[in-house]
Design a protein around this ligand. Structure first.
Ligand code: NDP
Ligand code: GDP
Length: 327
């Protein structure tokens, strides 16, 4: 039975990836940082019904010795490095923390693997945010990076350090440049989840409005369940490389509002209010990915469409609020 170590196991992707790997027969060990709210933090794993099937190991990206200890103890065949301060808006308020966790934290993981388990395969969670406002209408593996937030800058550093450890030390280190991917387990501060939750609240009479920032921003939104499969496929290749993972179709924040409110029979224009303070200091106006390489080399393609995904998210938030109202 192969062993996978997943950092960021309590996050959206960590939860779906763990479920995917368990179904494939892996032993899954998750790095989990100590928290006074550990019971709540396991919520996503509980939601998927897998919390009792994964092993949780105590460690923090900022503490290299804890990472080495965890790797020595579980001896992983594959390491999926997903942990990060992953929210762009917060990265302007906490730029040093974001650089430390998302950037230097990745180097700590690479060091831990190099020292304790150099034969393990390593996956780095790189991001389409690294492209910034690209001049190319669709971004692929050859598109230059121009990060537009402390988060994106930290990811560029982590990305190049991953390539660097491959070229310097021969680590089997791959990087997925994933475009935005969502699900009912997406963090509540991200725009699709805010909208799904907002539409559910308005429908149930818990709120009458939803405050948002830039409705014209465009993103290439896919489903997390599809995207974790691409991570695994990358580590099954003999040669570690970079891959863009995207649907190839961008939509606006306004499109998400329309879809989510339509789903509950409401008109978003009567409920969504644009607030200037929710605009970002530097916006990435549009991202749309060209995943031809992943399609051709990995045989990967997305299976869950945009409309089905938004419907699933709104339904999940309706169910969550109904359960709270009953309880
Ligand atoms: P989440 O924000 O949902 O999860 C982040 C995870 O990192 C959590 O498990 C969190 O733990 C953990 N973490 C944060 N800081 C530390 C630390 N110091 N030590 C140990 N663990 C830590 O992210 P997603 O699942 O959405 O994304 C996974 C990865 O993919 C991230 O690196 C993200 O930047 C990247 N990415 C995501 C995209 C997306 O659209 N979702 C697109 C492209 C890249 P805790 O629960 O304790 O906070
Ligand atoms: P990101 O692409 O990783 O930053 O993912 P987000 O879901 O946080 O943001 C996607 C886009 O939605 C960005 O261009 C935001 O500016 C835009 N957006 C508009 N209103 C909001 C909002 O209220 N919250 C968030 N998170 N994003 C918003």
């Amino acid at each position: 039975m192969p062993t996978a170590l997943v950092t960021g196991i309590t996050g959206q992707d960590g939860a779906y990836l763990s479920q995917f790997l368990l179904d494939k027969g892996y032993r899954v060990v998750g790095l989990m940082r100590r928290s006074a709210s550990a019971d709540v933090i396991g919520e996503r794993l509980r939601w998927l019904g897998i919390i009792d099937r994964v092993e949780l190991a105590d460690g923090d990206l900022l503490d290299l010795s804890s990472l080495i200890r965890v790797i020595e103890a579980c001896r992983p065949d594959e390491v999926y490095h997903l942990a990060a301060q992953s929210f762009v808006a917060t990265s302007w308020h906490q730029p040093v923390l974001t650089g430390t966790i998302t950037g230097v934290g990745t180097v700590n993981m690479l060091e831990a693997v190099r020292i304790a388990r150099p034969e393990a395969r390593f996956y780095q969670a790189s991001s389409s945010e690294m492209f910034g406002n690209s001049e190319e209408p669709r971004q692929n593996e050859r598109t230059p990076f121009h990060p537009r937030s402390p988060y994106a800058a930290a990811k560029v550093y982590a990305h190049w350090m991953t390539v660097n450890y491959r070229e310097s030390f021969g680590l089997h280190a791959a990087a997925g440049i994933l475009f935005n991917h969502e699900s009912p387990l997406r963090g509540i501060e991200f725009v699709t989840r805010r909208i799904a939750d907002g539409a559910a609240r308005v429908k149930l009479g818990l709120a009458s409005t939803l405050m948002l920032g830039n409705l014209e921003a465009r993103r290439d939104w896919g489903h997390a369940r599809d995207y974790v499969r691409a991570m695994w496929l990358m580590l099954q290749q003999d040669t570690p490389e970079e891959y863009v993972v995207a649907t190839g179709q961008a939509r606006s924040v306004r499109d998400v509002c329309r879809r989510a409110f339509d789903h509950v029979g409401l008109d978003y224009q009567e409920h969504v209010i644009v607030r200037p303070e929710l605009h970002r200091p530097a916006e990435v106006s549009a991202l749309e990915g060209d995943a031809a390489k992943a399609r051709e080399r990995l045989g990967w393609q997305p299976e869950i469409g945009f409309e089905a995904m938004i419907a699933e998210m709104v339904e999940a938030d309706l169910a969550r609020h109904r359960a709270r109202m009953r309880g």
